[in-house]
Design a protein around this ligand. Structure first.
Ligand SMILES: C[S@@+](CC[C@H](N)C(=O)[O-])C[C@H]1O[C@@H](n2cnc3c(N)ncnc32)[C@H](O)[C@@H]1O
Length: 353
């Protein structure tokens, strides 16, 4: 499925002056583009960067960090606005800083995402700009950098990690751009409330734990009470940074591995905890679920168990069938359910049951 707002940017990526930066977030999933040598794609999601590199794009994985780019050094920036306002403001501010005189920022987005407000604010910062409603609710803006100075947009210090929320035991460092960055997710808290029920299914306390899709590290911090080494993994650069900060803060025996769906992780784990992502912009959600389940089946040691929390309407049990011999719904509340997965079926035997 392609994203109409992103489609408005295609021509600006295809005939791009050197150097052009393409700030890419999850909305572009499903759009295939031939690489342009003058363009560097920058994304906070490792899977997008890997996919872009695989088809020949130059691509950097970072939390939209342009600090390595000198003022006035870039010819064009192409950006389809992200979901989070502080991130969008950060990208517009940084675009203004790094663009050279005569350089241009091309922005697009949908009315429901507040694109009109972003275009108006960018126009103020740049001093002028062309705004057009291209189709339906999709808008595009073009802003040329001049010598004129403008007022930076309020990005709530996007770059900084900060103490973002707390519960009785922990203060969690996080930032905009991380999943549920300023709260404890209710599903994850439900999983932790029942953690002992999951662990009771193991023959011994877990000796190695995986937090799959760790975000800022809530599950890692809570699972640290078992004293087992933890691997926390996520594909989002902001999440990886926040999780590392929380691990350091509480001196936890854990490492954070940037990876898409645990790819490249070689160890196996007695306990895997996961609150999987089911809503990823324009991506095919089912595919992401399947990939998280595949990773779990691959990374679970013999005798190990996985604890998943999902929205109670999601048919996780059905999707897990064929990958695990043991699938149990351990608890349910009005919103979420907790599913235990164990006894993974190796991919070869799935074909010949
Ligand atoms: C529902 S959140 C859970 C976050 C965290 N475990 C918590 O409980 O607060 C799902 C996490 O999966 C991550 N994620 C999304 N797609 C991913 C992928 N392809 N590979 C690895 N992690 C991914 C997101 O960045 C997000 O942090």
């Amino acid at each position: 499925m392609s994203d109409p707002s992103f489609e408005l940017l295609r021509p600006w990526l295809q005939n791009a002056p050197e150097p052009t930066l393409w700030l890419a977030d999850e909305n572009l999933i499903g759009s295939r583009l031939h690489p342009t040598p003058s363009v560097t794609m920058i994304s906070n999601r490792l899977d997008l960067v890997d996919a872009a590199r695989a088809i020949g794009w130059r691509a950097d994985w970072s939390d939209f960090d342009l600090s390595g780019r000198a003022d006035g050094s870039v010819a064009r920036i192409v950006y389809r606005v992200s979901k989070e306002k502080p991130l969008v403001h950060h990208c517009i501010n940084e675009a203004w800083r790094v663009l050279r005189t005569g350089g241009e920022l091309i922005l697009s987005g949908d009315k429901s995402e507040g694109v009109k407000g972003y275009l108006d604010r960018a126009k103020k910062l740049f001093g002028d700009g062309e705004l057009e409603k291209v189709s339906g609710n999709c808008w595009r803006g073009r802003f040329i950098r001049t010598e004129q100075t403008g007022t930076r947009l309020d990005d709530r210090e996007y770059e900084q990690l900060r103490p973002a929320c707390r519960d009785q035991e922990h203060t969690f460092w996080s930032k905009p751009g991380v999943f549920g960055w300023d709260k404890v997710d209710k599903g994850s808290a439900f999983l932790i409330d029942h953690l002992d029920d999951f662990v009771a299914a193991l023959a011994a306390p877990p000796d190695r734990i995986l937090d799959l899709g760790c975000g800022y590290g809530y599950l890692t911090l809570k699972a640290a009470r078992f004293g087992a080494p933890i691997v926390a993994t996520d594909n989002n650069a902001a999440a990886v940074a926040a999780c590392r900060r929380n691990i350091a803060e509480y001196a936890i025996d854990a490492e954070v591995v940037p990876a898409s769906c645990g790819e490249g992780i070689k160890q196996r784990f007695a306990l895997i905890l996961c609150n999987p992502p089911f809503h990823a912009g324009f991506s095919v959600e089912d595919d992401l679920t399947e990939r998280f389940l595949d990773a779990t089946a691959r990374l679970l040691e013999t005798g190990g168990i996985a604890g998943f929390v999902v929205n109670r309407h999601i048919m996780l049990e059905r999707r897990a069938a064929g990958r695990f011999r043991r699938i149990e719904t351990l608890a349910e509340n009005g919103s979420f359910k907790l599913v235990l997965l164990a006894d993974a079926i190796c991919p070869e035997s799935r074909l010949f049951p």
